[in-house]
Structure formats: structure tokens, C-alpha cells
Design a protein around this ligand. Structure first.
Ligand code: FMN
Length: 173
């Protein structure tokens, strides 16, 4: 199997992280892969916010947990880097553009030995007054839809194998 296909098949979601930070060079490559995802009409509607400050991560976690009804939960599992994927609310394909970018981030991370997971509820977080206030505080102007968070770091536990693929999901006509 070629390297790309192997990477796509072996990436798994990681839910326990070591505290060491992702090396800057690897982070730059991961972000670049996110920016090269396709986008509807080539509008490049996605913005990536890289959050590594523990206080800012904690603030995001509180809002994320709040959507779940558990503000003290740790939905980012101790990951030292959180990449918030936003998409321009004016783009017709905002959700699709952001989802593809997030997929690129996770697969690129895996190709470099960095663990990742998509963490949801960005839509609710950045639609809330608190989420909008954070964006303002971070100097992000305009109307944005929260697509997801890509948490990044080194896995603290061995990966679990992939669930078996469900049958009947390919239909040849
Ligand atoms: C749209 C989406 C939202 C997800 N949200 C979460 C989440 O909030 N928390 C979490 O731990 N995993 C989340 N995941 C990860 C999935 O649970 C995971 O991809 C799935 O169980 C399959 O496992 P794998 O990624 O290891 O193949 C999400 C994945 C997707 C695609």
C-alpha cells in the first residue's frame, strides 16, 4: 500500500495526550496541509486558530464542556495544541470547506507521528456571546461558523485498532 493510503487507513482518534508540545516545524506542515484542502469555488473560506496558551485552551474547554452541560469536563483530553477550524459564514460551502480542512489536519498530523482528534461543538461555542467575545479578544473580525477543533499532541496511550468497517456502504451501479 502506498504511504498516503496507509496514512488514511491507520489514523485513529486520540483521547489521551502527553504534555510535550508539538514541534513547531511539524505544526507548520500540518497547518499548511489544512490550508491546501479543497474549498467550494476555491474561496478558501477556512481560518485556522492555533491555541497553545493553557489559559486560552482552558477557556475553550469550559465553553465546550458548557455546551455538553459539564463546564468542568475536559473535552480536549489534555492536548497541548488546539486548532480551531472556522469557516466564513458567507460561504455556501462553509461546513464542507471546514470539514475537509479538518480532515487534512488530522491526516497530515498522523503522517508526521502526531496524534489528533476532531472535537465537536465549535458551532455552538462560536455562536455564543462568550465564543464571539473570545474571537474579538483574539482579533478575529467578521462572521465565522465554528466547524470543529483539531486537538494535536503526542499520544499517551497506544492506539486502539479501527472498528471493523460496516458492510454494504459501497453501492456499484
Ligand atoms: C464530526 C465529528 C465530530 C467528532 N466529535 C468528537 C468529540 O467531540 N469528541 C471525541 O472524543 N471525538 C469526536 N470525534 C471523533 C470520532 O468519535 C471518531 O472519529 C470515531 O469514533 C472513529 O474513530 P477513529 O477516528 O479512531 O477512526 C468526532 C469525529 C467527527 C468526524
Amino acid at each position: 500500500m502506498n504511504e498516503v493510503l496507509n496514512c488514511l487507513e491507520t489514523r485513529r482518534s486520540c483521547r489521551a495526550y502527553r504534555p510535550e508540545q508539538v514541534p513547531e516545524e511539524a505544526l507548520q506542515e500540518i497547518l499548511r496541509a489544512g490550508l491546501y484542502a479543497p474549498s467550494g469555488m476555491g474561496r478558501q473560506s477556512v481560518k485556522l486558530l492555533v491555541v497553545q496558551d493553557p489559559a486560552a485552551i482552558a477557556a475553550l474547554e469550559r465553553l465546550n464542556g458548557g455546551v455538553l452541560g459539564s463546564p468542568d469536563a475536559h473535552p480536549f483530553y489534555g492536548a497541548p495544541t488546539v486548532c480551531v477550524v472556522l469557516a466564513d459564514a458567507a460561504a455556501f460551502t462553509a461546513v464542507e470547506d471546514g470539514s475537509l480542512a479538518l480532515g487534512n489536519l488530522m491526516n497530515a498530523a498522523h503522517s508526521l507521528g502526531i496524534a489528533s482528534c476532531w472535537i465537536h461543538r465549535a458551532r455552538e461555542v462560536f455562536a455564543s456571546a462568550e465564543g464571539k467575545a473570545l474571537l474579538q479578544q483574539w482579533g478575529v473580525e467578521g462572521e465565522w461558523i465554528g466547524i470543529g477543533h483539531c486537538i494535536l499532541g503526542y499520544a499517551a496511550e497506544p492506539e486502539k485498532p479501527a472498528a471493523p468497517r460496516l458492510e454494504g456502504r459501497i453501492v456499484r451501479i
